[in-house]
Design a protein around this ligand. Structure first.
Ligand code: ADP
Ligand code: MG
Length: 582
């Protein structure tokens, strides 16, 4: 087929320009990106070959090769992974549909819109920016690739100027070869960043790609002085050269290493690269378990919730591996939905590689691992709440909503998580305006107080102006502010704590029975009797706009107040529903 020329998608070109013209200095990450793509491609082939062995074409020695060429200023990276056919090259390379790049652009947009102090430069360094980072160091990028199991190979070529060309070609081995024609300044002994220097490349692989599970190999030319029979160098003899192929990476996945040998930096680097994050995580869990099921989990809580965490386009899920072999990217059925913000991976020999992903997600082993991890995460959160309040409050600010929704949803779905979650909730208290747990509220309430009082509203000020608040303030009774519409749904789920009911101060009778004196109560009753006619008149005047009119002692300076029916929804919930229906 003849050579055809295509234009890059606008977004792609935008990213490319950003990459090439950025005065960003951390160019070296291009190697990490290309090696990680090579490794992904081998993962894919490995996985597919389990059910279709022919795809291997007789070559099961997965490896990645680096070939620097000083004379021609090129660096070639090749793999014997799945490869790409023509359609895939156009779809996967020419357009930005891929996770990493897309997430990167979304973050960039988000940062710009919110005027966050993040420069484009910084972001490129932290993110998995993918294939296009090659253009940071190369004037020309050529891909020669053949999909395993197919015959036609494809040659893709671009100088990163908006266009690329594609033509059919020959390639004996399946997989992908990427040839970079390095730009000025990235080759030659005199340049600071010489990507044809084998030792430089070796150092970069160690630094960024050490845990890649397939060998990254390179030929070294070793110069030696001939030795005599005793092993002593022969003086004056001409040096000999020989090629030696070396594997540059240790190939040990980070999570399989001993916890005590892993530096915090390694954990965070891995997190950023593997999960397209650009900030250090808030929490890291690394556990190895040997029991009924055996597994290693490396989980992270990102520092900030993604802006779309509660929208349908957010894809939660944990990566699955079996004996370090990648199985799937986003397994949703491992952790409960209220932990949708947790990122990470689980590697277990008990997960079968040979069953479909759908069946795997239902498997008993997976459920068991999921339950254990959920327990561990909750335990860690409880510990943080007790030992490091400041940190927990940061967590709460980002993910509190998720736990609250979780309580409600767990009741809807019938798996009841109330007991697991209720102690992790925080609400703002009228006592000091600070966050407190329900337990803290209960521990400090007067002995004769029987209920947990709360008030809903859009902010503290609005609630503080409610007539009912005045009375409670006067009596020194603490009220929990429900400032988020989901708060009340969570309370609906919890219902009571330690035998104490939640009671909205805008609902029915405040019933301060035990807190207020019997005399005050009697006084109200007498007053109600003597004013019977007045109350009747008001009721008639208001007609069916209210369900009842009552005399109260709960007002201080206000003359009247609206309250919700004892049994009906609270005023805030009514408003939430009204809003939802509009
Ligand atoms: P990401 O790796 O996040 O998907 P990249 O920009 O790094 O994004 O790569 C884009 C896509 O190009 C990959 O998802 C893959 O489909 C394809 N690709 C890149 N490199 C290779 C390779 N060496 N072998 C096969 N496919 C590749
Ligand atoms: Mg990639």
């Amino acid at each position: 087929m003849a050579k055809e020329t295509f234009e890059f998608q606008a977004e792609t070109q935008q990213l490319l320009d950003l990459m090439v013209h950025s005065i960003y200095t951390n160019h070296e990450i291009f190697l990490r990106e290309l090696i990680s793509n090579a490794s992904d491609a081998i993962d894919k082939l490995h996985f597919e070959s389990l059910t279709n062995n022919e795809l291997l074409e007789g070559d099961a020695n997965f490896e990645i090769h680096l070939v620097p060429d000083e004379q021609n200023h090129t660096l070639t990276i090749s793999d014997n992974g799945i490869g790409m056919n023509r359609k895939e090259v156009i779809e996967d390379i020419g357009t930005i549909a891929k996770s990493g790049t897309k997430a990167f652009l979304a973050k960039l947009k988000e940062a710009r819109e919110s005027n966050t102090e993040i420069t484009d430069k910084e972001m490129i360094g932290q993110f998995g920016v993918g294939f296009y980072s090659a253009f940071m160091v190369a004037d020309n990028v050529t891909i020669v690739t053949r999909k395993a199991g197919e015959t036609e190979a494809v040659r893709w070529e671009s100088t990163g100027d908006g266009k690329y060309s594609i033509e059919a070609c020959e390639k004996e081995k399946h997989g992908t070869t990427i040839i970079l024609t390095l730009s000025q300044g990235f080759y030659g002994e005199k340049s600071e960043e010489n990507y044809t220097d084998r030792y430089k490349l070796q150092e970069l692989v160690k630094k960024y790609s050490d845990y890649i599970r397939y060998p990254v190999k390179m030929n070294f030319v070793i110069e030696e002085t001939p030795k005599d029979a005793d092993g002593k160098p022969i003086e004056g003899a001409e040096k000999t050269k020989r090629n030696e192929e070396r594997t540059l990476n240790s190939m040990q996945p980070l999570w399989t290493r001993n916890k005590s040998d892993i530096k915090k930096e390694e954990y965070t680097d891995f997190f950023k690269h593997q999960f397209f994050e650009w900030e250090d995580p808030m929490e890291i869990f690394h556990t190895k378990v040997e029991g009924t099921v055996e597994y290693t989990a490396l989980l992270y809580i990102p520092a900030h919730a993604p802006f779309n965490l509660y929208y349908s386009d957010y894809e939660p899920g944990i990566q699955l591996y079996s004996r370090h072999v990648f199985i799937m990217d986003k397994c949703k059925d491992l952790l409960p939905d209220y932990l949708r913000f947790v990122k990470g991976l689980v590697d277990s020999p008990d997960l079968s590689l040979n069953i479909s992903r759908e069946l795997l997600q239902q498997s008993r082993e997976l459920k068991l691992i999921g339950r254990n991890l959920e327990k561990n995460i909750l335990k860690t959160l409880e510990r943080t709440l007790q030992k490091d309040r400041e940190k927990y409050e940061k967590f709460w600010a980002e993910y509190g909503k998720s736990l609250k929704i979780g309580i409600y949803n767990s009741l809807v779905s019938g798996e009841n998580k109330v007991d697991q979650l209720k102690n992790l909730l925080l609400f703002t208290s009228s006592k000091d305006g600070k966050l407190c747990t329900i337990k803290e509220y209960c521990d400090r309430m007067p002995e004769n107080q029987k209920k947990i009082y709360y008030a809903s509203g859009k902010d503290k000020e609005t609630i503080d102006q409610m007539p009912q608040m005045e009375l409670l303030r006067d009596k020194g009774i603490e009220v929990l502010y429900m400032l988020d519409p989901v708060d009340e749904f969570a309370l609906e789920g919890i219902r009571e704590y330690d035998g104490k009911q939640f009671h909205s101060i805008s609902r029915g009778d405040l019933d301060l029975d035990d807190v207020e004196s019997q005399e005050a109560k009697k006084e109200t009753e007498t007053l109600s009797k003597t004013n019977e006619d007045l109350i009747k008149d008001i009721k008639e005047a208001l007609g069916n706009r209210v369900s009842d009119v009552k005399l109260t002692n709960r007002l201080k300076s206000g003359a009247v107040c609206l309250v919700a029916d004892e049994a009906g929804p609270s005023i805030a919930m009514e408003q939430a529903f009204a809003g939802a229906n509009n």
